[in-house]
Design a protein around this ligand. Structure first.
Ligand SMILES: NC(=O)c1ccc[n+]([C@@H]2O[C@H](COP(=O)([O-])OP(=O)(O)OC[C@H]3O[C@@H](n4cnc5c(N)ncnc54)[C@H](O)[C@@H]3O)[C@@H](O)[C@H]2O)c1
Length: 344
């Protein structure tokens, strides 16, 4: 049990020493707990005795990237960022993939409402109307810019070229990516043909890596950090009842794991990577399924404690939390937005 709380290797060493010495000379369990729980205590490997490191030993100057000394925290209340600033995207550029419609277009609107500029891209020739025209109106109202480019996210060269051109064209540095492009296909696993199976993995997994990498390269170069939000799905954590989505579910699971892997590699550049995992949301993707299987709606609604499916705007808040400085200490995290579906 005690091992679960071990803060560092020297303490582990102390425990090993303690358990291999005669019971009479071992430290008591309360002494060991003191060593384990005290962050400023280290253990002399020879004697297995706790040695308290004096405060003055921490001589590294505070540069804003380390854990701040307590005294600075206490005095910062009047100057620390307020809520509007924390959730604001002023003077930033965000790329939104899958931005022609659905969740991508809705989150693009959220970026504009938060004061940022947005560059949408999608494999579709044109974004959906009348939504795009409303988005442009919104851009005007909030003093932002909204642009649209055609892009297949599976094309590595074109993705890197487009993102670089966005970084050059944009008024403000590229600080955000919302990756909403994705695709779904249903088939019984026993009958699944490899061509559509591969296509799902290509778009949802490979495509995610391509856009995340292209974005992070630019963010690393400009040295200002940034936030990458990948739209995964609750289907990355569970198998949907009554739907046969082996490829899609596997692909979204991969996105969750990719998020954690990228987060740990890119944290040192100030680049955060997080996922949003929606439950069922009313978009073109779900409408398509409901057209052929309308009985699914009852099932989806009764599968969560809120007894309904979501509207696209209900994903705006969680996505903007992860995209904005409001989540500056959050990375490698999945925000499940599923009406409690996975709570059952
Ligand atoms: N709607 C839901 O219930 C739901 C639930 C969980 C997760 N999601 C995820 O949310 C994201 C957005 O889905 P949505 O519901 O808005 O669906 P949607 O179909 O309306 O939007 C997806 C967009 O991705 C684009 N796209 C597909 N392949 C592409 C490619 N190769 N290159 C560029 N763009 C491509 C499509 O053209 C489309 O505009 C998807 O990743 C989806 O898996 C949706």
């Amino acid at each position: 049990m005690l091992l679960l709380f071990l803060p560092h290797v020297s303490t582990l060493h102390a425990l090993c020493l303690a358990t291999s010495t005669p019971a009479s000379s071992r430290p008591s369990s309360s002494q060991l707990i003191n060593v384990i729980m005290a962050p400023s205590a280290v253990v002399d490997n020879e004697t297995a005795e706790a040695v308290v490191v004096p405060q003055s030993a921490n001589t590294a100057p505070y540069d804003g990237t380390q854990t701040p000394p307590a005294i600075e925290v206490a005095s910062s209340l009047d100057t620390e960022p307020e809520m509007k600033e924390l959730f604001g995207m002023k003077k930033t550029t965000t790329i939104v993939t899958g931005g022609a419609r659905g969740l991508g277009l809705t989150i693009a609107a959220a970026v504009l409402e938060s004061g940022g500029d947005v560059y949408c891209c999608d494999i579709l020739d044109k974004p959906s109307e009348p939504e795009w025209t409303s988005l442009l109106r919104k851009a005007k109202r909030y003093g932002g810019e909204a642009h649209y480019d055609v892009l297949d996210i599976c094309d590595v060269e074109k993705t890197n070229a487009l993102f670089r051109s966005v970084a050059q064209r944009a008024r403000f540095p590229l600080k955000g990516l919302v990756h909403s492009a994705g695709t779904m296909h249903e088939s019984l696993a026993l009958d699944y043909e490899m061509e559509p199976f591969r296509r799902i993995l290509k778009v949802n997994v490979e495509g995610t890596m391509i856009v995340a990498q292209a974005t992070a390269r630019i963010m690393k170069e400009h040295g200002l950090g940034g936030s990458i939000v990948l739209i995964a799905s609750m289907s990355g954590s569970i198998a949907n009842r009554g739907l046969f989505l082996t490829a899609y579910n596997s692909s979204k699971s991969a996105v969750l794991q990719m998020c954690r892997s990228l987060a740990v590699e890119w944290g040192e550049y100030g680049i955060r990577v997080n996922t949003v995992s929606p439950g069922y949301v009313r978009t073109a993707m779900t409408n398509l399924l409901l057209q052929t299987q309308p009985e699914k709606l009852d099932r989806w609604e009764s599968d969560n404690p809120l007894h309904r499916i979501a509207l696209p705007h209900e994903i705006k808040g969680p996505a903007m939390y992860l995209l904005s400085p409001a989540s500056s200490f959050v990375t490698g995290f999945d925000a499940r937005v599923d009406g409690g579906h996975c709570a059952w």
